[in-house]
Design a protein around this ligand. Sequence first.
Ligand code: M6R
Length: 632
Amino acid sequence: MCGIVGYVGRSEAAPILLDGLRRLEYRGYDSAGVAIVDGDHIETRKCAGRIAELGKLMAAKPPTGTYGISHTRWATHGKPTDQNAHPHFDASGKLALVHNGVIENYQALKDQLILDGDRNFSSETDTEVLAHLIGKLYDASASEAPAASNGNAAATLPNKKGRLVDAVRAALRQVIGTYGIALVHSDIPDFIVGARRGSPLVLGVGKDENFLASDVSAIVAHTRDAVYLNDFDVVAVERDKFEISSVAGEAGNYQLSKVEFTDADIKKGDYPHYMLKEIFEQPGSVRDAMRGRLSPEECTAKLGGLNMTPAQLRDVGRIVLTGCGTALHAGMIGEYLIEQLAQIPTEVEYASEFRHRNTPMTRDTLVFAISQSGETADTLGALRESRRKGYRTLGICNNVASTIARESDGGVYMHAGPEIGVAATKSFTSQVAILTTIGLLLGRMRHLSTSEGTRIIDALEALPAQIEEVLKLSDQIKAIAKKYASVPGMLFFGRQFNFPVALEAALKLKEITYLFAEGHPSAELKHGIIALVRPDLPSVFIAPDDAVFSKNVNNIEQVRARKGPVIAITSGKGAKHLAKIADDIVTIPNVPDYVSPILTVIPLQLLAYHLAVELGRDVDKPRNLAKSVTVE
Ligand code: M6R
């Protein structure tokens, strides 16, 4: 949800900022802009539309200067117009600011600024109000005592710099809401200020140059040394140094980390889209999710990151899995997995609901917050609420050092590598693989025998090669997508472990093709959904050769009887049977039911992908969406 990049160094800022924005475009693509300080004035280029549009503007009239800030927007307050595009300025026009987040009390702040005589607003955004407020406080401080005498952390900065940092702090103390911000002032050379609360912000530490970004992928081409800022951190950044303090004015602590991936990992390579690349990365990402976590000797899983003793794990009496979107669907499979393998009552909660309702919890409840980005506002809110109430809360995250990862009591990293495509693919299969290892670990501490543990490990270890087999079906699935390219939508059905896969398949289709899609438990068909069945609306059945195969066949027959086309994802003996009654079948390797979602989802990711390409959609940047949803 919006991406920001800042640079201060000796190189021209424009290409660095533009390249950084391109890498953050997955966070929002409604408008984009840069502000680069050139001598005593700020050069701004901004416009509605994609970063490519901004690139054209910058190419036509290149801004020069060696420090600046930039932004790619996912609109919250105000339409995606040129005027609402960031950066925004204060009343003096000397301070430019970019912002990711929502200033909830912006109207009250704006009203006060207007009462004080400031009527010079040119956008509908909450961000511009913050720029005006900081600018006003900074200008007012010119006539006050020098910053060096006020005894706070900005005291080490020379006067103007210290005053600007103080003004940022004073303004942020008035703000209700979330922010990741970066700002420059044309009177203060080679100086950027950043701050965060609720929206991610990372400081990239280079040699004679430093960076700010919403996500390290924006800056990893320049440095892999990073400081992940904490909520309420304010950072003053210069070419050769930086100083971190808090909004309250205390000196801050920080830790320098090494980014675990390289620039090469975030390139598309020969793939036309990130989504396709990420679908094809799944043999490796699923392997990495399990690497070092399976113990064939003890027939169990080893998950040291949970930070729980065997006794504590044995005492878990109830589990709550929470997340949003695709992560929620993985959690729904987790419910089946943990209940089947460990017999621990497990519930799945939409993070957005869980955080605001009074879910009955017992003292022995363990909560897992599942999130690829580790920054999703609702999932973070659920995690905080759960911890506030005293429940042990663990994260299942991909982004190392993300807020959820840092604020949880422990957890399991996915190690899936950067996921750039807005439609989540490899993170889903990694999440399900990890939830299987959690089920295995908890099950082996209870009633699962060594042979059952071994069977589960064997099934997990066989997955990467089986995923390779499924990926070979891409061309067949492409042909199916072509055949159904003019349908008005699709229905998806599955049972047991594959019911959440039906939901996930419907979400993928909606997101990137904009077609209507619904996912349901197969048996629900006859309770209402069957009214939708008609000759031009395909039903996709996820019907592997498992314990409920014959039940799925009944439902397929019910659709066929009403002239509804059927596409079936099946395995084993299912192929022969369904060849006679389905219009199209995709046959995948036959595996135990508890690992089947990791295979069945892949043809459906490919179906959504190929259909979206066929329809000419922007696969990696579907309309209205953003990868990381850091607003409520
Ligand atoms: O980063 P997260 O896993 O917390 O993201 C949760 C959802 O926003 C995400 O899965 C979203 O639904 C995807 N675009 C689905 O493809």
